[in-house]
Structure formats: structure tokens, C-alpha cells
Design a protein around this ligand. Structure first.
Ligand code: ADP
Length: 328
């Protein structure tokens, strides 16, 4: 089973010919309201695939809160631990211009009031789950509390921000897209690498237990430390640089107390006609968490998640585009 500790938002979308300049007013389309928030998106993605998934979150007492919770329950997400906070729900104000480009303002509302005490109060909901899935639309100390309590924490480091070393060290895997990967690497080094496998190795060297970088239409790349079963473990453990031709390996960080090196796996995505990529990363992460909870190894789980991500870009919207198990 999977527990998501994360955000719930109402996405308010208006289409405009062009964005207003400061001080200017422009006319837009009718307002569309969609369920969103990276936490809710992950939970719905997993639930639609058949996962037993619960959400620990907060919504407001405004016009959106109860509707958002009812929508999650209708998707099969466990909402017993979605609590009500006096005031505004999380809201994303989204404008889409004639070119299809988004501008988004997220107002955290109740999401900002999800606390480490809420994680503690949820008790074995969090500590008993096979996988706890996390993202960064809730306070960082709450993410940290959940990661500490979790048997296994999947961390989608989005929206990007600097991460404390302790949180990185609990991520298994750290899931990022290429922009987020560049952000984390940029914060860590003067000369970031740009090729995906190199980025994945460099991220692994920052300390997470494993790494997945999603690459849009190109799928994903997985980096893991060598295990006893992987080729070259013995020489890596003995500190001998891996030099065997054809093997993907790199210097790791021996200071982290694990063998040097990284096993890197490229995971393809099915080729699809992309209509709307909104929420693809959340679908990927929710699907990944579910497959890891079922016992897949990381490359297997990422392969499945890439299929789910590809299905999600074939339709408009975030949650509305997520596939059911039988559609894959
Ligand atoms: P994000 O939505 O966080 O920017 P990506 O764009 O990397 O993340 O997409 C996440 C996943 O969705 C990818 O790993 C891939 O499986 C799938 N995906 C995204 N865009 C496409 C695309 N154009 N064609 C096929 N699959 C895609």
C-alpha cells in the first residue's frame, strides 16, 4: 500500500490571448476549475491503477475544500486523513495563452498548515506503509518528518528548492525532471553535467539512495548504487575504479558509506501524440510508488511509470488524463 503525504489544490484555469502586463486588464475565457495539487495527483494516479492509497493532507473550509475531498474519495483515494483547516484551500491560478504556454501562481492555503505533528498523529498510517510518496508543495519540515517515519520514501523534488542533506539521504528514489535535476546540480556544483546518465550519476553522488530523472518523450533514467548482485560490486566495494567496457558505472561517493559507483539504466517511454503534459510527472511518481510497493525493482517500476506518464500526456488535464489499469 501507498501513502501520499502532500498537497491538494483547486486548479483555476483561464485561457487568454496574451497575458496582461503589469497594471493591465485583459479578457479571458470562462473559468474552468479542476482538481489538482501534486499530492492529490499522485494519489489519484495510483488509485486509478488499482493501488490501495491513502492521502495525508489538509484542505480549507472555503468553497473548494469539501469538493476536492469528495472528488478524491470518488477516485478511490483514502481520505480519512485529509483534515480541514479554517480558511482557504490550496489554489493554483493558471493562465494558458494562445501559444499553449502556462503561467501558474500557487497559493498554498491549507497545504501550508500540514505539520510534522500531523504526520506524528497519523502514526502507523505513515510508518506502516510500504511506500510513502512525497513532493514539495507542503512545508519542508513536514516532508522531512514523513520521510523519517517512512519505511521507504519516494520524493518528487517539485517544485524545485534546495534540499537538506538529511532529506536527500532518505529519498529512495529522488524523482526529478530535467529542469529540477539541473536546479539541484546547479546548487551543488559550478559546472553541471547536461547529459541524462551523467546527471543521474551526479545526483546520486549528492546522497539519495536512488535517482530517477524523467526525460519527457525520452522516458527516464535510473541511477542506483551497486548492490551485492550487480556486476562489479566486488571491485567497486574494494575501491577499484570500475573500468570494464560496456558496463555503465561511475565513481560514487565513498564518504557516504556505500560502495563507489552507480548502476545506470535508461528506461524508454512509449511514443505517443502528446496533447497536454500537465501532471505527467505526478502520474509517473504515483505509478512508480505503487509498483515499488508491489515489490518491483526500480528500473521495472520506472518502466511501468513511463507507460503511465505517456498515457497521461495523450489527454487534456492532469487527473482527468490519468489511465486506469485496463487502459494500459
Ligand atoms: P514533468 O511533467 O515533471 O515535467 P516529464 O515531462 O519528464 O515530467 O514527464 C514525465 C513522464 O511522462 C516521462 O518520464 C514520460 O514517461 C512521460 N512523458 C512526458 N512527455 C511525454 C511525451 N511527449 N511522450 C511520451 N511520454 C511522455
Amino acid at each position: 500500500d501507498v501513502v501520499v503525504v502532500g498537497s491538494v489544490n483547486a486548479d483555476l484555469v483561464v485561457r487568454v490571448g496574451r497575458r496582461p502586463a503589469p497594471g493591465e486588464t485583459v479578457m479571458g475565457s470562462d473559468l474552468d476549475t479542476f482538481p489538482g495539487g501534486k499530492g492529490a495527483n499522485q494519489a489519484v494516479a495510483a488509485a486509478r491503477l488499482g493501488a490501495d492509497v491513502a492521502l495525508l493532507a489538509r484542505t480549507g473550509t472555503d468553497q473548494y475544500g469539501a469538493r476536492l475531498v469528495a472528488g478524491l474519495a470518488a477516485e478511490g483515494v483514502g481520505v480519512e486523513h485529509v483534515m480541514e483547516t479554517e480558511g482557504a484551500s490550496g489554489v493554483a491560478l493558471i493562465t494558458v495563452d494562445a501559444e499553449g504556454d502556462n503561467s501558474i501562481i500557487v497559493s498554498p492555503g491549507a497545504n501550508a498548515r500540514l505539520t510534522p505533528a500531523d504526520v506524528a498523529a497519523a502514526g502507523d498510517l505513515v510508518s506502516g506503509a510500504a511506500v510513502v510518496s512525497l513532493m514539495l508543495e507542503i512545508p519542508l519540515d513536514t516532508v522531512m518528518a514523513a520521510a523519517r517515519a517512512a519505511r521507504r520514501a519516494v520524493l518528487n523534488a517539485s517544485p524545485p528548492r534546495e534540499l537538506p542533506g538529511e532529506l536527500l539521504a532518505l529519498a529512495d528514489p529522488l524523482v526529478v525532471n530535467e529542469h529540477e535535476a539541473a536546479f539541484l546540480l546547479g546548487a551543488a556544483s559550478a559546472a553541471p553535467v547536461s547529459e541524462p546518465a551523467g546527471m543521474a550519476r551526479a545526483l546520486l553522488a549528492l546522497g539519495p539512495r536512488s535517482v530517477v530523472i524523467t526525460l519527457g518523450a525520452d522516458g527516464a533514467v535510473v541511477a542506483e548504487p551497486p548492490t551485492a548482485g550487480s556486476p562489479g560490486f566486488a571491485d567497486a566495494a574494494a575501491g577499484v575504479p570500475a573500468a570494464a567496457p560496456g558496463r555503465v558505472a561511475a565513481q560514487g561517493d565513498g564518504a557516504l558509506g556505500r560502495p563507489a559507483g552507480a548502476v545506470v539504466t535508461m528506461v524508454p517511454s512509449p511514443v505517443v501524440d502528446a496533447v497536454d503534459t500537465t501532471g505527467a510527472g505526478d502520474a509517473f511518481t504515483g505509478a512508480l510508488a505503487w509498483r515499488l510497493a508491489l515489490g518491483d525493482n526500480l528500473p521495472e517500476a520506472a518502466g511501468f511509470a513511463a507507460e503511465v506518464g505517456a498515457a497521461a500526456v495523450r489527454k487534456e488535464g492532469a487527473q482527468s488524463s490519468y489511465p486506469r489499469g485496463e487502459e494500459l
